[in-house]
Design a protein around this ligand. Structure first.
Ligand code: GDP
Ligand code: MN
Length: 387
């Protein structure tokens, strides 16, 4: 799960991280009013689940309410296209109006889960700001890391090393940076984050250390134990199909290709995507209907896959273990009767009662339904049909 910058700022503030005052608005008038309230200069920032806003023109410093009016008008009526959005971009519904700061230096501070080392890692760099991905690629040594013991958290010497890496020699500034890092780690650990990032953390011209951007992602499986996060959940920013799938207990992840996959079991789903790619195709999604393929689940799964206009063919790859193949075939036939299969559907079934299932499918005589002898045959058939 993701949250907006303005929400991440709240969590940071609660953990003792200094953040400039701000307001969240939804209209140009509110933006102008917020500017007048906050004071002198503000920064107007699109609140969307994608980074790269600065470069896309969706973070704007505004010296007067008139400038804020123009910036807010632009952001609320244009889709933001950045490196992280895809060419169609995303609509902006909310803006953050934050007191602007005079920046002397920009730093990077983040905590992520290191899956190889199986613990959180804190990363800092004195080359923070909008180019951090390039820093990571060009000069990885400019990013200093400390790995956290899952139970002990951030130890004093580690905080010291990180602050030194930022090159903060001024005592008050070093102390302040230490509090920021400790606060970020606290948020990461107490809310089950998979990522908590401040980029940039800045040193202002008058020597203050403040966080002016924040990004957080959370482990979906842990959200149930954080009422605060549940309140922050914004369904309008999520992929509609992924939400729908979640409601029906289906694991669905949208991808970029044109071959829809309907599979039971995550391992089988991955193998299915691999074999599609091996035959030159591109999967449009990952969809695991789970152990029991009911009529309702099959219909919902097809509905979700077919609603993606890029889908030009579907590969159904199902292993009938506990759920028998003939039951699954009946579910497929029911889905075909209920929905319009606008693209070819190649079916590979294997397992208990597979002969009976094949007989049912051929008796049903469904237009566009193609049966496959095995997985390779299925991949070849579906790839040939979308080519
Ligand atoms: P992102 O591009 O989506 O990561 O958005 P950020 O919030 O990180 O803003 C991008 C850049 O805008 C920052 O790296 C800063 O250089 C600049 N910026 C943001 N807020 C301020 C501000 O209050 N004052 C000044 N001078 N620059 C700012
Ligand atoms: Mn940023």
């Amino acid at each position: 799960m993701k949250i907006h910058e303005y929400q991440a700022r709240e969590l940071l503030m609660d953990a003792g991280v200094p953040v400039p005052p701000s307001d969240v608005v939804e209209t140009v008038d509110q933006a102008v009013a917020a500017h007048k309230k906050i004071g002198d200069r503000v920064v107007v920032k699109a609140q969307v689940f994608a980074g790269g806003r600065g470069k896309a023109g969706f973070v704007k410093l505004c010296a007067t309410p008139a400038e804020t009016e123009e910036a807010a008008g632009f952001m609320l009526s244009n889709r933001m296209v950045s490196k992280q959005t895809g060419p169609e971009g995303i609509a902006v519904k909310r803006l953050l109006i934050a007191a602007a700061v005079d920046i002397e230096a920009e730093y990077y501070v983040a905590v992520v889960l290191d899956r190889e080392k199986r613990c959180p890692v804190v990363m800092v760099s004195r080359e923070g700001g909008v180019e951090i991905e390039e820093v990571a690629a060009r000069n990885p040594d400019a990013i200093v890391k400390e790995w956290l013991h899952p139970h002990l958290g951030l130890l004093g010497f580690q905080a010291g090393n990180l602050v030194n890496a930022l090159g903060l020699t001024d005592k008050a500034q070093a102390k302040s940076a230490r509090a920021v890092i400790a606060g970020l780690v606290k948020v990461f650990l107490s809310y089950d984050c998979s990522l908590a990032e401040i980029n940039p953390l800045v040193r202002t011209k008058d020597g203050q250390i403040v966080a002016i951007d924040a990004k957080m992602n959370f482990d979906d499986s842990a959200v149930f134990r954080h009422p605060r996060l549940q309140e922050m959940f914004d369904p309008s920013e999520e992929n509609a199909n992924e939400l729908r799938a979640k409601e029906h207990n289906l694991s669905y992840i949208a991808l970029d290709g044109n071959i829809g996959c309907l599979v039971n079991g995550a391992g089988l789903a991955m193998a299915t995507m691999d074999i599609i790619k091996l035959h030159g195709g591109e999967p449009a999604n990952f969809l695991d209907v789970g152990g029991s393929v009911t009529r309702e689940a099959a219909i919902e799964a097809f509905r979700i896959i077919l609603s993606d206009e890029r889908v030009k063919g579907i590969l159904v790859n199902i292993f009938g273990g506990i759920a028998r193949c003939d039951t699954i075939a009946e579910a497929l036939i029911a889905a075909a009767r209920e929905l319009d299969f606008r693209v070819p559907v190649v079916v590979r079934l294997e397992g208990t009662n597979v002969e009976r299932a094949r007989a049912l499918l051929s008796e049903a005589n469904i237009d566009r339904l193609v049966t496959a002898a095995d997985l390779t045959d299925a991949a070849e058939k579906v790839c040939a049909r979308v080519a």
